[in-house]
Design a binder for this molecule. Structure first.
Ligand SMILES: [Fe+2]
Length: 295
């Protein structure tokens, strides 16, 4: 009999999960409990795991096909479905130079509010972060629930947003910070994606599909679009819609990757080591807007 407990946080998003055996393959009853809890709370916290890469992959695959991370230097132990979220060089095990363009773009991208893989045509369902090395100071992750924030918008604002098409582009962070673009053949693999700014979930709830990959809104100039997105991000980042996770080694956080934005908080990039492993459950259908999908 299952002894899984789902303990909701006092406010905003998230619940802590205890009593689950994640060392072995997830049983169907456990999977259903977690899937429903993720739908209810948008973010699930697990403590004190001692997970191998293989165990993280097995758990994550219970929820669907996993995204691939094509660059071998980003992959954990050679597994293409596990991304190293880190300031540590895989080959040398040393801290990376902070000004290396790829690393700088990664740091700038992860420290701004974003939705993982929001630049993909089929947005990802969920991300799973597992902490292996954590700085003594800083390096927390903030999470913001765009569903709760959307619910509080005035009716006129909701109407203004509901037909808008937002463009998400992986190159946006590099462009905004004047970093060199990635090679054309790499860029071609992730062309900009058109998405509804207001996403409608399977459970009928609405969410703001925004974040740092957002490169514009159709029918609006760049400055106006960015100002609108920034304003919505400010609303989403109010304390009542957010959760700050202070990592301990062995923590795992799984979150809904449509309606939850996140950002890494600052830490001493040059002297402190931070390593998390991320797996991401791929999307299998277009995002629904208020009037259906936009692609
Ligand atoms: Fe992320």
């Amino acid at each position: 009999m299952s002894v899984i407990k789902i303990i909701p946080r006092d406010q905003a998003i998230g619940a802590e999960v205890t009593g689950i055996d994640l060392a072995n393959a997830l049983q169907l009853d456990s999977f259903e409990i977690l899937r429903n809890a993720l739908d209810d709370h948008r973010l699930l916290i697990f403590r004190n795991l001692r997970w191998t890469v293989a165990q993280q992959i097995a758990f994550s695959k219970s929820f669907g096909t996993l995204e691939n991370f094509p660059d071998p230097k980003d992959q954990a132990e050679g597994h293409k479905t596990v991304l190293r979220v880190t300031n540590i060089d895989r080959k040398t095990n040393a801290i990376k130079p902070v000004d290396e363009p790829g690393h700088k773009s990664f740091t700038l991208g992860t420290s701004a509010w974003h939705i993982d893989s929001s630049f993909r045509t089929l947005p990802s369902k969920a991300s799973i972060l597992y902490a292996l090395e954590i700085p003594e100071k800083g390096g927390d992750t903030m999470f913001a629930d765009t569903t709760l924030a959307y619910d509080t918008l005035p009716e006129a604002k909701k109407q203004e947003l509901e037909d808008l098409v937002i463009i998400h582009d992986f190159e946006e962070t590099r462009r905004r910070h004047k970093l060199p673009p990635r090679p054309p053949e790499v860029r071609a693999a992730t062309p900009p994606a058109r998405q509804p700014l207001v996403a409608v979930r399977d459970n009928g709830r609405r969410a703001l599909f925004i974040g740092s990959h957002a490169a514009g809104i159709e029918g609006m100039n760049y400055e106006d679009a960015r100002a609108m997105i920034d304003e919505l991000e400010r609303i989403c980042s109010k304390p009542e819609f957010t959760y700050r996770h202070k990592w301990r080694e062995g923590d795992m956080v799984m979150f809904d990757n449509i309606c939850v934005m996140h950002q890494a908080m600052p830490y001493d990039l040059s002297n402190s080591r931070r390593l998390l492993h991320r797996t991401t459950v791929a999307g299998n259908k277009p995002l629904e807007g208020v009037n259906g999908p936009v692609i």
